[in-house]
Design a protein around this ligand. Structure first.
Ligand code: ADP
Ligand code: MG
Length: 481
């Protein structure tokens, strides 16, 4: 088990205009703590001197400034999470920030240059590269891509996307089993055996996401997208399977309702995004407060899906994306504040191992085969489930001569073969039962005499001999086991 607080990183997007001086600064102290200071610009137009410089300081694991390349973002942020997924732990990376701050650029990447590839394609590339290197395990990789829009889930990899509109496709819904595990109904899982196949699925999902988008319906800023890599691994011959999921999450824009506040449809959407991010915030607050027992995961679809990533069995990382321009200062501060809360959450990641019953059966069957072969080699004879006619005949002869043998020391040697031993027992039981039935018939015919007549000496000795014989047989048979 690995206990870890959620790691928080910040990434500042390059500004279009030349960077406005003095809005923010990034420091690193001697303890290697990184902090981002955001300075509220003194409004010179106000005309009076304000000596109090208002500034806010936020600590992060690391802060990436405008010129940070996608490569370093992957190396520092995503690679450790991908590594822990390869080791069998669940992992999550989510990007949080206002629209236009670089969430999609960070998670998926820019389409123009190959070097602009984001976390998802780089992670897929890394995972498949590692899988190829590691021949000690058998890996299976599946991909799913879920979009949550206005509290409804859509499968971005549903093959029916081409023919039907997003709204007409079956919605992805949440099912909870008695152990409170979340299952997603109608979300398809696609096996990917190579990096190329996995990338194609990513592109397919992104295309479907874009098709649904019209100027009136800018779904991408208003929806949450969860790209999931499901990885199972097992050692050859072992029935223990490890399952790990890696969630790569591009959240909806975190801007507040007042800014998006337009009439009609847009307002409903704005309310919804804010509602679901508001619920995310509530979950984060509840998790960061000690002694809170109820965490309101169920309030929204997104928090239900990400339940394990937040305060559960997962190694989780958050990237706060910031567009640090003057007009975005309040949004940037609210993003950083959110991150500080997130950093208080402790997660416990455990290995998700289970025994696959099908594999267990196959393994046991193989073991039986091996043991049979070994036995055949040791005894020089092939064993089938039942004794052959010839073997039975031989055994009956052995039993008969054993029973006839008057020597109390005599033995019934059948060898270390359970089938023969069992057969002897069956035979003896039958003999005993037959004898009992016979005695009963005889005694009921001559009850009176029998009751009064004591056992004859001859009969007594015979019975005693039989008893001894049985004792012997039993001890022989139990020694043979
Ligand atoms: P969001 O998903 O948060 O709304 P985007 O990722 O779509 O924001 O970014 C908005 C625009 O800024 C896009 O055109 C994107 O290519 C560009 N952009 C974002 N971050 C960077 C960056 N670090 N370097 C270069 N361009 C970026
Ligand atoms: Mg986006």
């Amino acid at each position: 088990m690995v206990k870890q607080t959620i790691q928080i990183f910040a990434r500042v997007k390059p500004t279009v205009r030349k960077q406005q001086q003095g809005i923010y600064s990034i420091d690193e102290d001697e303890k290697l703590t990184h902090s981002l200071e955001i300075v509220l610009p003194r409004d010179l137009a106000d005309g009076f001197v304000n000596n109090k410089r208002e500034s806010y300081k936020f600590k992060f694991q690391r802060i990436f400034d405008q010129e940070a390349k996608q490569e370093i973002i992957f190396e520092i942020i995503a690679k450790p999470v991908a590594e822990s997924t390869l080791a069998g732990y669940n992992g999550t990376i989510f990007a949080y920030g206002q629209t236009g701050s670089g969430k999609t650029f960070t998670i998926t990447g820019g389409a123009e240059r190959y070097s602009d590839r984001g976390i998802i394609p780089r992670t897929l590339s890394y995972i498949f590269e590692q899988l190829q290197k590691d021949s000690s395990k058998i890996y299976t990789t599946h991909i799913s891509y879920l979009e949550i829009y206005n509290e409804c889930g859509y499968d971005l990899l549903d093959p029916r996307h081409e023919a039907s509109k997003l709204e007409d496709l079956p919605k992805v819904t949440i099912l909870e089993d008695p152990d409170q595990n979340i299952h997603l109904k109608n979300l398809s899982l696609h096996q990917a055996t190579t990096e190329e196949e996995a990338l194609n699925l990513l592109f397919l999902g992104d295309t479907n996401r874009m098709i649904a988008e019209t100027p009136m319906n800018q779904a991408s800023t208003r929806s949450h997208c969860i790209f999931t890599v499901h990885l199972s691994s097992k050692e050859p011959g072992s029935a223990t399977v490890r399952h790990a999921k890696l969630y790569l999450v591009d959240l909806a824009g975190s801007e507040r309702v007042s800014k998006t506040g337009v009439g009609g449809l847009l307002l409903t959407e704005a309310k919804y995004i804010n509602l679901s991010l508001h619920y995310l915030e509530q979950v984060i607050i509840a998790l960061s407060e000690k002694h809170r027992t109820h965490i309101p995961y169920r309030n929204s679809m997104m928090t239900s899906v990400l339940r394990d990533s937040l305060g559960g069995n997962c190694m989780t990382t958050m990237i706060a994306t910031l567009s640090l321009e003057k007009r975005n200062i309040d949004e940037s501060i609210s993003t950083c504040r959110f991150a500080q809360r997130v950093a208080l959450i402790k997660n416990e990641a455990i290995l998700n191992e289970e025994i696959d019953p099908r594999l267990m059966i196959v393994r046991l069957q193989k073991e039986i085969e091996d043991l049979k072969a070994e036995l055949a080699m040791a005894t020089g004879e092939q064993r089938t489930e039942a004794l052959t006619e010839a073997e039975l005949l031989q055994l009956e002869k052995l039993i008969a001569s054993y029973l006839e043998d008057q020597d109390p020391e005599s033995r019934l040697e059948v060898g270390a073969d359970m089938r023969k031993i069992h057969h002897c027992f069956h035979h003896f039981k039958k003999l005993l039962n037959d004898k009992k039935t016979l005695e009963n018939t005889v005694s009921s015919e001559s009850t009176r005499q029998a009751c009064q007549e004591p056992l004859r000496d001859e009969e007594y000795t015979k019975l005693l001999g039989l008893l001894k014989q049985r004792d012997n047989e039993i001890s022989i048979l139990s020694r043979g086991r």
